[in-house]
Design a protein around this ligand. Structure first.
Ligand code: ATP
Ligand code: MG
Length: 402
């Protein structure tokens, strides 16, 4: 099959393929971008595979960066774009069911396509818009099927991350698994324990953010693969709850929101510990915990200005969005009005601080100073005090604090 027209992202990268070919090598577009182009989806990361060895690729181009020479990848700078050019390769021996222990560069496109995970990810596209489809991936695209390239069981045994990638692609493409592929995923799922948590997080996170996240999650539950993921071992019924509680048309607005809802469905008391075990960043742990806390406050109370001040407009709207998706009453307008009426949105916006109070009023450092600052903050948020120095000093005098 030929694409009617090369999408503009490929057109822009065409000079790179042409240069490699002019130097006597083979070069093709490969990977997810080819799949997405055939599906008419938006394209990101145009990847190129070539028969040129990394050193040879580097001789063809003037601006290159070594980003993964041992895996055969050279970054080529072209215009204001960057392209990953990877030498055709096979991955021979797998130790520990993760990354190949050894990568061999080969001159054959077929060998390179054979090592790819699913048939719909194993296309190559020539500079003349010809699609090379060695594993009947086009038929699978049409049937909306994810099928492992080659013997499924072997492929997941080689690299168990492919199991998580499978769920992720089911979620982003709305595809189902071919029978043998599904069975092999079920059987090899225990190997997920050997995969680094960081890599599993990336896939699970992409799954949750995807349009068809329900499908990805359903498959994760059906295969029981969740049993081998951090903190989810015995949580099948809670994961199901996530599906049952949310409106079928609902999609998460952010990764943080998705993980917050996951923690709520799982009834996790210590979000930070949970997310630490998923090896997420401190910032992520903080944002998600904050959302969970705000959600739980909203379960027991209506919004007021303190809630808006404490959690912020954006977080509270994300919480309301989760409530709406579960058919719970929402207070979006009230939250926006309360936010608009707030005189400050953070402590640092107060015109005085400890230093100023000490310098201008002769206050001493210590717990009392902290207490005074809290009183000022509360009064401003409450709307009882304006955020001006003289007004604040008057307020402290009236209260007998100075
Ligand atoms: P996305 O559109 O989300 O980037 P993608 O299909 O491009 O999805 P990538 O993770 O960017 O996925 O990988 C690019 C290509 O490399 C895949 O399409 C696949 O052919 C191959 N690939 C990546 N990871 C693996 C793996 N673990 N096993 C086999 N092939 C893989
Ligand atoms: Mg990609």
């Amino acid at each position: 099959m030929k694409l009617k027209q090369l999408p503009s992202e490929f057109q822009e990268a065409l000079p790179i393929v042409e240069k490699l070919k002019a130097a006597g090598y083979e070069a093709y577009f490969v990977g997810g971008s080819v799949r997405d182009a055939i599906l008419g989806r938006s394209i990101h990361d145009v990847d190129i595979a070539t028969s040129a060895y990394p050193e040879e690729t580097k001789k063809v181009f003037t601006r290159t960066i070594d980003i993964g020479i041992e895996h055969g990848t050279v970054l080529v700078l072209h215009g204001n774009q960057e392209y990953e050019i990877t030498t055709f390769r096979t991955e021979d021996v797998y130790v520990d069911y993760r990354r190949p222990s050894h990568v061999s560069f080969v001159r054959s496109l077929e060998e390179d396509l054979k090592r790819r995970d699913f048939t719909v990810n194993a296309f190559a596209l020539s500079d003349e818009a010809q699609i090379i489809d060695l594993f009947a991936g086009l038929k699978d695209l049409e049937g909306k099927v994810l099928r492992a390239v080659g013997v499924a069981q072997e492929r997941f045994n080689e690299d168990a991350l492919r199991i998580m990638r499978g769920f992720r692609f089911a979620a982003s493409l709305d595809f189902d698994f071919e029978e043998k592929t599904f069975k092999a995923m079920q059987e090899t799922a225990p190997l997920l324990k050997k995969i680094s948590v960081e890599r599993i997080f990336i896939e699970f996170d992409k799954l949750l953010a995807a349009d068809f996240w329900r499908k990805g999650l359903e498959k994760l539950i059906d295969t029981k693969a969740y049993q081998y993921l951090p903190e989810l071992g015995d949580k099948g019924s809670c994961l199901q709850l996530l599906l049952d509680r949310l409106d079928p048309a609902f999609c998460f607005q952010s990764s943080e929101q998705a993980w917050a809802m996951l923690l709520i469905a799982l009834d996790i008391n210590e979000p930070k510990t949970f997310l630490k075990n998923w090896k997420t960043s401190n910032d992520f742990q903080k944002s998600v915990s904050n959302l969970v806390a705000a959600y739980r406050k909203r379960e027991v109370a209506s919004t007021d200005r303190f809630l808006v001040y404490q959690y912020g407009l954006e977080n509270l709207l994300l919480v309301e969005n989760l409530r709406k998706a579960q058919g719970l009453p929402v207070e979006n307008e009230q939250i926006k009005a309360l936010d608009a009426a707030l005189l400050i949105h953070a402590k640092h916006e107060i015109v005085v601080n400890g230093g100023i109070l000490m310098a201008e009023l002769g206050l001493q450092p210590g717990p009392n100073l902290g207490h005074i600052l809290n009183e000022i903050e509360t009064a401003i948020v409450d709307g009882d005090l304006i955020n001006e120095k003289e007004a604040i000093f008057d307020f402290l005098r009236e209260k007998g604090m100075i």
